[in-house]
Design a protein around this ligand. Structure first.
Ligand SMILES: [Zn+2]
Length: 441
């Protein structure tokens, strides 16, 4: 077979999931090939298996990048993050509603300038790749060109991203408000421009119930249901104060989730950030409708919002789709490793089962892909899947180097002690887009 420049290969310890570690013993859900080979062509995995059996399929002269001491996983998936909030990460002292007023809205106002939006989008996507994240569900700002800026950079990198223009027609500074009609028209134009354009996917993005009128939510529902494959992202039940305010503004709704449901915003590919203060009937409704909750532990701890009931949500009698979100800027890290570590601590505080390392890694890869209804494209290492990879160095720091034992133990140490230092390389669409710079001795 002649070598084409689009064919590349990676050799090393391959790590992926063949099952759901919330419904079977976690070790049984894992797939490991200690000396494996991945061959990628035109952005997709064409071969994936033990080196000894797979190297015969290597085209002549195909470059093989060997990571002898690393773990090769599907790229991480961040299911909830705000790129315009990168400049206000680690801002002190407020709970959600005051924090939005004091830090977030002023920061988002700067995106009236497209040049600033483009520079921030570039910095943000560079950070994602440095952290091994290859897909994310991303909020832009109310400005249409903030979405263009983001997708233009994502298209240049070849990443599969989900993003959308924030809709806000009340309870925000005038400069950040659209109207129900204008928000609808702008979103429709962005959908036509970007949804399904290469690897880019659009999410209709009302910020949350407090900043949208019922009319705007209604029109967001019309957009969301206007064509197959569209996403919808918003916030749900993050703090008690927010929940009380939603009750006041929507007295006829039976619950916070019902506000969105009445507007046609609940269903497959509806992504709800947080969902901390939900009740059994809400979990039941999430399960039935196929929507997803994004668990954002670093953000929830930082703002003091509360503890997400992960094992309640994942109850085997009516499992809810869940992904992990960094929720930067309220989140304190763009690293999914750090986010897994905080999810473990939240599970410990919740006094229920402790999050297993393999459950955490599943939530950041295969589980997130399933929750997003994208598991046929991303989230696992298998033939036919898109070639987005994260190469982890389990000995990236002195503390980690003395902790490596079984695979589950190594992964647990990585999520408790690891961060961007452990990302050896990130591959997107079959190409290396980030390589950890090696320090001299
Ligand atoms: Zn958020």
């Amino acid at each position: 077979m002649p070598h084409t420049p689009t064919t590349t290969a990676l050799r090393g310890c391959l790590l992926s999931f063949k099952g759901n570690p919330f419904t079977c013993p976690p070790e049984e859900a894992l797939w490991v090939e200690e000396d494996g080979l991945l061959i990628m062509q035109n952005g997709k995995i064409t071969h994936c298996g033990p080196y000894t059996q797979t190297h015969q399929f290597l085209p002549a002269n195909c470059p093989v990048t060997h990571y002898p001491d690393s773990l090769i996983s599907a790229g991480f998936i961040d299911t909830h993050v705000h790129y315009p909030q990168l400049p206000v990460i680690a801002s002190w002292g407020d709970e959600l509603l005051a924090w939005l007023q004091h830090y977030v809205f002023p920061a988002e106002s700067r995106f009236a300038d497209k040049t600033f939006a483009s520079a921030t989008a570039k910095a943000f996507l560079t950070e994602l790749l440095r952290n091994g994240t290859t897909t994310a569900a991303v909020y832009c700002t109310v400005h249409s060109h903030s979405v263009d800026a983001f997708f233009e950079e994502s298209a240049r990198l070849g990443t599969r991203m989900i993003a959308g223009k924030v809709l806000m027609d009340r309870n925000a500074p005038t400069a950040l408000q659209d109207t129900a009609q204008q928000g609808y028209a702008d979103s429709a134009a962005l959908i036509a421009r970007w949804h399904g354009n290469g690897r880019q996917l659009y999410a209709v993005t009302p910020r949350f119930a407090l900043t949208s009128t019922p009319e705007q939510l209604e029109l967001a529902g019309t957009l969301f249901n206007s064509q197959p494959g569209l996403f919808m992202q918003t916030h749900l039940s993050e703090t008690q104060q927010e929940c009380a305010e939603v009750k006041r503004l929507f007295p006829n709704a039976t619950s916070y989730l019902d506000v969105y449901d009445k507007a046609g915003l609940v269903g497959p590919r509806a992504l709800f950030g947080h969902g901390i203060h939900l009740h059994e009937q809400d979990f039941q409704h999430c399960h039935t409708t196929g929507c997803m909750l994004a668990h954002c532990p670093t953000s929830n701890l930082f703002l003091g919002s509360g503890l997400f009931k992960l094992f309640d949500a994942k109850g085997p009698h009516r499992p809810v789709r869940v992904g992990l979100g960094t929720d930067v800027g309220a989140g304190t890290s763009l690293s999914l490793l750090a986010t897994m570590g905080e999810a473990y601590k939240v599970s410990a505080l919740a006094n229920g089962p402790k999050l297993h390392a393999l459950q955490a890694f599943w939530l950041a890869t295969a589980g997130a892909a399933q929750s997003l209804h994208l598991s046929h494209k991303i989230g696992t290492l298998a033939v036919g899947m898109e070639a987005d990879l994260c190469v982890l160095n389990p000995k990236a720091t002195p503390l980690l180097a003395q902790r490596s034992q079984s695979i589950a133990d190594t992964l647990f140490a990585l999520m408790i002690l690891g961060d961007d230092r452990c990302i050896e390389a990130t591959w997107v669409n079959g190409h290396c887009v980030y390589q950890q710079p090696h320090k001299g001795l």
